[in-house]
Design a protein around this ligand. Structure first.
Ligand SMILES: C[S@@+](CC[C@H](N)C(=O)[O-])C[C@H]1O[C@@H](n2cnc3c(N)ncnc32)[C@H](O)[C@@H]1O
Length: 223
C-alpha cells in the first residue's frame, strides 16, 4: 500500500450565517447585494464583523479564507500531484468536507465562497464529478474512519521539532494523520487524542503549517 499523508484542517471557521444573526443589517445588506437568501451565505468576518460581535466566539468565526488558502496550498503541492496526500476540512459545526485530490479549486476568493455556498446547499459539488462532499461528522469520527497508524496535532505548545525531523517521523508511518487548526485565534474546540507537535517557537498561520508539514513529508517519501 502506498504511504499517504492524511491532512485534516480541523475546527475550521467555515459555516453558513447562524440563524441568530440572520436579521442583522450587516447580513441582510450583504445578502441583498449578492442576491442570495441570508441563510444561504457563508459567514465572513470581513463583511459581517458588526454581526459577529453578537455571536459567541465572534472574534474567531467567519474565516473561510483560512480554508481557501490551506486548500490551494495542499491541492497544488507536489505531494498531492504524486497522489500521496488526502485532505479533509472539518468545521466548527462538525461537518466534514471530503476533497478529491483532483479538485481544481477556484483561485478567486469570491468564486470559492460561491462554491462553498453550493456545497452547503447540495452536499456534493459538482453534481456530476462529486469532487467535494459534505457530511455531518465529528473530528473523532473522521479519524476513526481514516483508521491511521499515528495522529499528530500541530500545536504551538506541543513537543518542539524542526520540520525536517517531523517529516522523518511522519514517514515512519504508513497512514499518518496530521491535524492543523483552521481558525485564527485560540485553541482547538474538538477533543482528540494525538501527539502534539510544535514546528516553531511562535504561533504561525494555519496555511504556513500546512506547507511546512507537506514539504517536510514530501522530502522523505518522494525520491
Ligand atoms: C493561527 S493558528 C491558531 C491560533 C493560535 N493558537 C493563536 O492563538 O495564535 C492555526 C493553527 O496552526 C497550527 N500552528 C500554529 N503555530 C504553530 C506552531 N508553532 N507549531 C505547530 N503548529 C502551529 C496549529 O494547528 C494551529 O491550530
Amino acid at each position: 500500500m502506498k504511504k499517504r499523508l492524511h491532512l485534516i484542517i480541523a475546527d475550521s471557521e467555515l459555516e453558513l450565517v447562524p440563524e441568530s444573526i440572520i436579521d442583522h443589517p450587516a447580513i441582510v445588506n450583504y445578502a441583498k447585494r449578492r442576491k442570495k437568501k441570508p441563510e444561504k451565505i457563508i459567514l465572513d468576518s470581513t463583511y459581517h464583523h458588526a454581526a459577529l460581535r453578537q455571536l459567541e466566539d465572534g472574534e474567531r468565526r467567519g474565516r473561510p479564507d483560512i480554508v481557501h488558502i490551506c486548500l490551494l496550498n495542499a491541492l497544488d503541492s507536489i505531494l498531492n500531484k504524486e497522489d500521496r496526500l488526502r485532505v479533509y476540512v472539518h468545521t466548527r459545526n462538525d461537518e466534514v468536507i471530503y476533497v478529491d485530490p483532483s479538485t481544481r479549486l477556484p483561485r478567486n476568493y469570491n468564486r470559492f465562497i460561491g462554491l462553498m455556498e453550493s456545497l452547503f446547499e447540495k452536499k456534493v459539488v459538482p453534481e456530476d464529478l462529486q469532487l467535494l462532499r459534505l457530511e455531518k461528522k465529528t473530528l473523532a469520527e473522521l479519524i476513526n474512519e481514516i483508521s491511521p497508524d499515528a495522529v499528530f496535532i500541530m500545536h504551538e505548545n506541543g513537543e518542539f521539532m524542526i520540520p525536517k525531523h517531523f517529516g522523518k517521523l511522519l514517514a515512519s508511518f504508513k497512514k499518518p494523520v496530521v491535524i492543523v487548526g483552521g481558525f485564527p485565534h485560540g485553541d482547538f474546540r474538538s477533543k482528540v487524542e494525538g501527539v502534539k507537535i510544535s514546528l516553531y517557537r511562535e504561533p504561525l498561520m494555519a496555511w504556513t503549517i500546512v506547507n511546512e508539514v507537506i514539504v517536510s513529508y514530501e522530502w522523505e517519501v518522494i525520491k
